[in-house]
Design a protein around this ligand. Structure first.
Ligand SMILES: *[C@@H]1O[C@H](CO)[C@@H](O)[C@H](O)[C@H]1NC(C)=O
Length: 140
């Protein structure tokens, strides 16, 4: 009982702090980030478009899928504000990009954020790049 109360207080506090001061990500290994994402792909950002509601849509020319196959011209959304875990991607740069997929009756949307495994491809360690390219991350 005591533990439950402590847990609840902690969760409320963490939510409050992260809303007030910014985005908090759970720590995790590359393997965990690989698993928790629906898609993990590599591609070059070719365009970006701010949307209403503080979101931004990136167009990514995908050249590699490490998990599910995403459209070769991927439209992926993120929040713009870093406090809301938004991520800023630079046009012309190649990224490892991962995230989630939301489907409804009309369309499929792809999302990423700063807690996901989204990094400049050149900043990924060479042995991790090889592991991705050789499909050596465990299936989840
Ligand atoms: C933006 O942040 C809000 C609140 O945290 C969240 O509900 C929404 O899904 C986020 N949008 C994107 C594109 O990640």
């Amino acid at each position: 009982m005591k533990l439950t109360i402590v847990t609840i207080v902690c969760v409320v506090l963490i939510n409050f702090i992260s809303e007030a001061y910014g985005c908090t990500c759970l720590p995790g290994t590359d393997q965990e980030r690989f698993c928790s994402a629906t898609f993990v792909s590599r591609g070059r950002v070719t365009d970006m478009k701010p949307l209403k509601g503080g979101e931004i849509e990136y167009t990514v020319a995908v050249n590699y899928n490490f998990k599910i196959k995403v459209p070769s011209t991927l439209k992926v959304r993120s929040n713009q504000s870093s406090a809301a875990c938004g991520i800023i991607l630079d046009k012309g740069v190649e990224y490892l990009i991962s995230g989630t997929v939301r489907k409804d009756r009309y369309r499929t949307r792809y999302y990423t954020n700063s807690c996901r495994w989204t990094r400049r491809w050149q900043d990924i360690k060479p042995d991790t790049q090889q592991k991705l390219l050789k499909g050596q991350f465990n299936s989840c």
